[in-house]
Write a protein that binds this ligand. Structure first.
Ligand code: ZN
Length: 165
């Protein structure tokens, strides 16, 4: 029983110390963890930078929850800040997902680029089928034997008399 009370008192003391010490720690730290992470990794791999930002935001969410639990932050403020931080985390996660997808599947990007190029090609010079048909028609405008240009629809070459059918 006595042990339980002591343990409970120590637990309360620990929370009280944390609550008192927290503002001191925060003031001493100066910039937030997110700002520090951005400064520490200025020219690093963008994926690493994003992951550091994500971790910093998660850390900030945990710290905010703690501040709320010890009564340092009102429930209204907690909900606003928590929502903001979660929004930031989601944005960073989206960037990470996009980056990982691009790195993991370059074939997908290549096929997308090919698809875009194909769309542009179709828009710029018309569908493929009429172009092929025009090429076939153009081939028939020359005599296969002597190579002279002949009128489309002629059955025989006007120069050498070869059959054009
Ligand atoms: Zn001919």
């Amino acid at each position: 029983m006595t042990l339980f009370v002591v343990a409970g008192a120590l637990l309360l003391l620990g929370i009280a110390v944390a609550a008192v010490a927290w503002p001191l720690v925060q003031e001493r730290r100066g910039p937030t963890a997110v700002e520090l992470a951005e400064e520490a990794l200025p020219a690093a791999d963008p994926l690493v930078t994003l992951q550091a930002q994500r971790d910093s935001i998660y850390q900030a969410i945990r710290e905010l929850r703690f501040d709320f639990q010890v009564g340092k932050v009102s429930e209204t403020d907690y909900k606003v800040f928590d929502s903001t931080l979660r929004g930031n985390a989601a944005a960073v996660l989206q960037q990470i997902a996009a980056l990982q997808q691009a790195e993991a599947d370059p074939a997908l990007n290549a096929s997308l680029e090919a698809e875009i190029a194909a769309l542009r090609h179709t828009n710029g010079s018309g569908p493929v089928q009429p172009v092929a048909a025009a090429a076939g028609a153009a081939a028939l405008n020359f005599c296969p034997r002597c190579g002279q240009r002949v009128q489309a629809g002629n059955r025989f070459c006007g120069v050498c008399g070869a059959s054009l059918s």
